[in-house]
Design a binder for this molecule. Sequence first.
Ligand SMILES: Cc1ncc(COP(=O)(O)O)c(C=O)c1O
Length: 389
Amino acid sequence: MPGFELFGEEERQAINEIFDNAGGIVFAHGFDAMRNGIYKVREFERGFAAKMGVGYAQAVSSGTAAIKVGLQSLGIGSGDEVITQAFTFVATVEAIKETGAVPVIVDVNETLNMDPDTLRTAITSRTKAIVPVHMMGECAEMDEILAIARENNLLVMEDAAQALGASYHGRLAGTIGDVGAYSTDAGKTLNTGEGGLVVTNDERRFIMARAYHDHGHEYSNVKGRGEEGALCYGFNHRMTEMQGAVGIAQLAKLDLIVRTQRRNKGMLMERLQSLPVAFRKSPDPAGDLADTLVFYLPDRERTAAFVAGIRSNGLGTKNLPDAIGWHFSKHWKHFMNDHPLYSGRTESAWAKSADLLERSIAIPIMVKMDDARIDRIASTLLAISREVL
Ligand SMILES: Cc1ncc(COP(=O)(O)O)c(C=O)c1O
């Protein structure tokens, strides 16, 4: 999955160029006379927008920031409700809270993404936006979600942090709704250490995202930074030139990453045809980013026994179940106690999600997995299943 597997000379060269040719200017703006025309973050943004086929990309300091900046660009604020899903990284809900809006958290279904039926029942007169999250490389059921959004006049921001490179019926994850947010942190498809991007085709929203991520700066073509006015209240969520440089080098590897993961997952799936489990439901198998293989076991007891078998054979799982605490709202009591809807009931609020997630096992698919490794993972999983199931 992660771009870090492919770190190489290209990333090193990209960083060195800042010091060799750009006067060591590591700030993305200004210093025009000293930097020899080299603006890494801007180049990364242009390249990313072109690769994603969108009008605009705004690079920011993290995926969490990308969600918040994206929501700000949609005009979300206090008094609004924003619907997202129970299975996501905690950052999605943190970012919604940071805007002042109330996060409304709905169940996932067998896709492990937002359940459109539950989404429908959660809409109120205060709902302003929906944030479907494309978890573990698979897109949410966007046709259904977009139809519900249209019927109810709601905005859609995709959290595509875990799905950079995935697609849904030919459209790339993150480019389907009004705004999309990506992460380029150390575990994601592209790795800039920390980082993220907001994309949109709507110039107005882009201008607001750009302003908000940088203290409100208007980004004038004629005034210097110091003389610029502010378009809105803002914050500092800027990306540095070092991140931009690494991002450019990583972006050039995106096709290779996606292609190789798909090959590796395909090979593993072929070898697991006889595994007696239910595999995660995919709304569009051809668009799977293929960085994770998820399956459900019949009950929690056998899931625990299966996971113990995986560990004792020296293999790993990916977030399910090892980091479920960070990815399932049931566990976020540290900030849910003041929540108007879920205070005191996080244990029971998402029974359907709990049933699915607590029977799920996720196996990471890496770029650098040779055939022998794929064979070993398959034969190990088959052997464990013979013992446990
Ligand atoms: C679904 C999801 N949203 C948001 C984020 C936040 O991204 P970052 O770590 O870059 O802040 C992550 C990171 O793991 C994520 O998985």
